[in-house]
Design a protein around this ligand. Sequence first.
Ligand SMILES: Nc1ncnc2c1ncn2[C@@H]1O[C@H](COP(=O)(O)OP(=O)(O)O)[C@@H](O)[C@H]1O
Ligand SMILES: [Mg+2]
Length: 315
Amino acid sequence: MIRVSGLRKSFEGVTAVEGLDFEVAHGEVLALVGTSGCGKSTTLRMLNRLIEPDAGHIEIDGRDAREVSPDALRRGIGYVIQGVGLFPHWTVAQNIGTVPRLLRWDRARVRARVEELLELFGLEASEYADKYPSELSGGQQQRVGVARAMAAEPAMLLMDEPFGALDPVTRGRLQDEFTAIRRRRGITAILVTHDMDEAFRLADRIAVMDAGQILQIDTPERLLRGPREGFVRQFVGLDDRALRILSLHRVRELSRPAADAPAPNQWVSPDDTLREAASRLIWEAGDSLAVVEEGRVTAEIRAEDIWRTGARGAP
Ligand SMILES: Nc1ncnc2c1ncn2[C@@H]1O[C@H](COP(=O)(O)OP(=O)(O)O)[C@@H](O)[C@H]1O
Ligand SMILES: [Mg+2]
């Protein structure tokens, strides 16, 4: 879906990004992570031609990005701007409807889509649709920013720190929402974040950037098990990597058969992560836990299997 090679950009002689090569497959979410100023936003802005590269090649859906007009490109690519960037003199509904209006959807369809998205992001349409951005909290503005990027159901999303200004609870909810929407519709996205946990949670692959270059690009698990020496190791964080690896796996992957019974006091569900199961096992000082679906025991999960999954050298 996206193929980037040899991308380079400098501002007034200072290199912002250099030698970037990566691909994003259809339906894949790639996270760009790295410290502030490493070139993440510049990379995104070159993909939708808000900035023109000095050198290199960008192909989107099989076409050279230079051959597509910037306007057409941006109508097909949802963009969540770092720091929200809502139009201050437009209402929430007008902001969300920006691209659908450019695409000449009729009024009723735009309105219906705006209401659907507001509901999806937990904002009551009757209360929020006609408010102005200054009347919203930072977290609410950020949700409107993400809703705006998704309004015309673009095949591709570029998201620049989309959940950055949210409290942890709201961030978690929106991350879950993003994952659910992805499962339902399939989204190809590049997600910029400086939060490694967010990258582990949402991305299929992660590119670790430093000083304008990609140092390593890999799946979350391979990045945790085999980070390159130096910056990548430091950024990925090795102290809790076993727990982070467990959070990439679900209980159902390790379930063993168990006799049918009513749910005991302590249990996990098949979709819980191994990290959650591990935490409960430590709390209970137990060797195994019941796996429960709809109030009945359907399987069990054993501590030894979990420890093995989080261990060095495990697959
Ligand atoms: N429009 C610009 N003019 C001059 N320098 C810029 C501009 N945009 C970005 N830079 C510089 O390019 C580098 C990368 O910036 P950016 O891509 O915004 O980093 P990140 O998003 O990773 O924080 C920084 O050194 C930044 O100061
Ligand atoms: Mg940035």
